[in-house]
Design a protein around this ligand. Structure first.
Ligand code: ADP
Ligand code: MG
Length: 246
């Protein structure tokens, strides 16, 4: 992958919480149009890396660049980058007091100053895309977990991001709702979206990922295309992990 295609680059990124080093010298890149799946044991630093990319968690040393711009606390840069980077969390994090439509239009209206009618029209297009056009005027509590997560994806897409980060988007769902969310993500990937997906869904990784990263104790222990990653595991740790995840 050539450097010119690298949309996000992490260069020697380190992060500790107290004396616990959570990211150890993470150097990698995420290319435009590529789907990267990150797997690894709980506590290995996967969420911290996503949160550092979005500056929800400042890192200690090393640099992260998004589209050539270094991630920092500079307010204008931060706001621009937060628009470019959409994020979907395990727990959906919808605004409980807002309707589905208002959840989706809030950021475009507040941050981009999009007029309400236009924001609503864009939101309806997105709701159709995630199969929820009938639910625009409901509140999150009236929806299933799978529906709420699809709303959360639509909400992130409403800012027209250049990359989407997913942090275990199906881990909080009842099993029968996992597929409807993965289907939306698969569609997004086929549409060419640049995606970084932390997940335990090995089937999704095999089928949709261009690249699989295996995190182990704050390091990228392995980085391979899915065929090689799953077909010929690089070591016993990875083989055991894949075995546990099915
Ligand atoms: P993963 O997403 O791979 O499960 P995380 O990135 O969430 O791992 O966490 C990595 C390690 O950092 C864990 O040991 C976790 O307990 C610790 N950690 C994460 N966030 C914080 C925090 N805000 N304060 C202290 N420790 C944290
Ligand atoms: Mg996590």
């Amino acid at each position: 992958m050539s450097a010119s295609q690298a949309f996000i680059v992490t260069d020697h990124v380190c992060k500790s919480f107290g004396s616990h080093q959570v990211l150890r010298d993470v150097s990698t890149h995420f290319s435009t149009g590529e789907v990267t799946v990150i797997i690894g044991a709980s506590g290995s630093g996967k969420s911290t890396l996503l949160r550092a990319i979005n500056r929800l968690e400042p890192h200690d040393s090393g640099t992260i660049t998004i589209d050539g711009v270094v991630v920092s606390d500079d307010t204008a840069t931060l706001q621009k980058q937060r628009c470019e980077v959409g994020m979907v969390f395990q727990q959906f994090n919808l605004f409980g007091h807002l309707s589905v439509l208002d959840n989706i239009t809030l950021a475009p209206r507040r941050v981009r100053h999009t007029a309400r009618a236009e924001a609503n029209a864009q939101a309806m297009v997105l709701l159709r895309r995630v199969g929820l056009q009938e639910h625009a005027h409901k509140y999150p509590w009236q929806l299933s977990g799978g529906q709420q997560q699809r709303v959360a994806i639509a909400r992130a897409l409403a800012m027209n991001p250049k990359v989407m980060l997913f942090d275990e988007p199906t881990s909080a769902l009842d099993p029968e709702m996992v597929q409807e969310v993965l289907d939306v993500m698969r569609e997004l990937a086929h549409g060419g979206m640049t995606m970084i997906v932390v997940t335990h869904e090995m089937g999704f990784a095999r089928e949709v990922a261009d690249r699989v990263l295996f995190f182990d104790q704050g390091c990228i222990a392995h980085d391979a295309p899915p065929e090689a990653f799953f077909g010929n595991p690089a070591n016993d740790r990875i083989r055991a992990f894949i075995g546990r995840m099915g």
